[in-house]
Design a protein around this ligand. Structure first.
Ligand code: SAM
Length: 249
């Protein structure tokens, strides 16, 4: 028999064990912050934020007045040692990123690794992540998938990413910027115009759009638009034939 899940009231009464809590925060809609995340963020000794401006928006919405400081790509090397010392002394800390789940194409890896190496407990507080949200609404096969992070900026590396996705026998998913979306859609449709793809835009926000179709259809749809704005995730269906896709440059 497993223990019944604790309610928010019981977790709020319990003392918070020391360690690092890796807390997922909303990727758009504030209602997606879980009650457990609010409880943890209200009770840790310190919140480590990738972006203090984003945190201020969340904290004011949920009336969280706890202590926070910045922890991002530019200070994580310098800060990690000092934070580990405090955690070893018994502090509790929450790590949050700008939006979504920390360490998924976001800072956190160094601190989380250092915690494991120093015997500091690490607990995930699960919640929103753009990659999982896009996959979940894609209607593509998800028994297996590969996540490729951000589409690279350099053209040669971007082409390699497209080849990897088109040749993969797993569904592929990656983050894309609005400025490069059409470039990537062009590469995909030039190699396999009929490949089923999904473009997830502005998930959980006012202008959310989940567009599914062949690479050619999606390319035509986006190339007709006056401007391309927002945050994007691209999901590409798996390759189930014996053909190899290669860009001859
Ligand atoms: N760690 C984050 C997560 O778990 O969602 C992802 C961080 S990554 C730095 C940010 C990228 O995620 C954006 O550039 C965009 O490609 C994607 N993204 C974030 N929020 C999104 C949203 N609401 N809709 C679509 N894509 C989003």
């Amino acid at each position: 028999m497993t223990d019944p899940a604790p309610t928010i009231e019981t977790t709020l009464r319990d003392p918070l064990p020391s360690g690092l809590y890796v807390v997922a925060t909303p990727i758009g809609n504030m209602e997606d912050l879980s009650p457990r995340a609010v409880s943890i963020l209200s009770r840790v000794n310190l919140i480590l934020c990738e972006d203090t401006r984003s945190w201020r928006k969340v904290s004011s919405r949920f009336n969280i007045t706890n202590k926070f400081q910045s922890y991002h790509n530019h200070n994580e090397i310098a800060r990690t040692e000092q934070l580990i010392e405090k955690l070893e002394e018994g502090d509790s800390m929450a790590l949050i990123s700008d939006a979504g789940t920390p360490a998924i194409s976001d800072p956190g890896y160094r601190l989380i690794k250092a915690c494991h190496e120093s015997g500091v407990k690490v607990s995930p507080i699960p919640g929103p992540s753009a990659v999982i949200a896009a996959l979940s609404a894609s209607g593509l096969e998800l028994n297996e998938f590969q996540f490729l992070g951000f589409a690279p900026v350099k053209p040669g590396k971007r082409q390699k990413l497209v080849e990897r996705t088109l040749n993969s026998e797993m569904t592929s998913v990656f983050y894309e910027s609005p400025h490069k979306l059409l470039k990537t859609l062009t590469l995909i449709k030039d190699l396999d115009s009929q490949r089923e793809i999904v473009v997830a835009r502005e998930i959980s926000k006012k202008f959310e759009e989940i567009t599914r179709g062949s690479a050619l259809e999606i390319f035509e749809d986006y190339s007709k638009r006056k401007s391309i704005k927002g945050e994007f995730v691209i999901v590409v269906s798996r390759h189930d034939k014996k053909k190899t896709y290669r860009l001859d440059l």
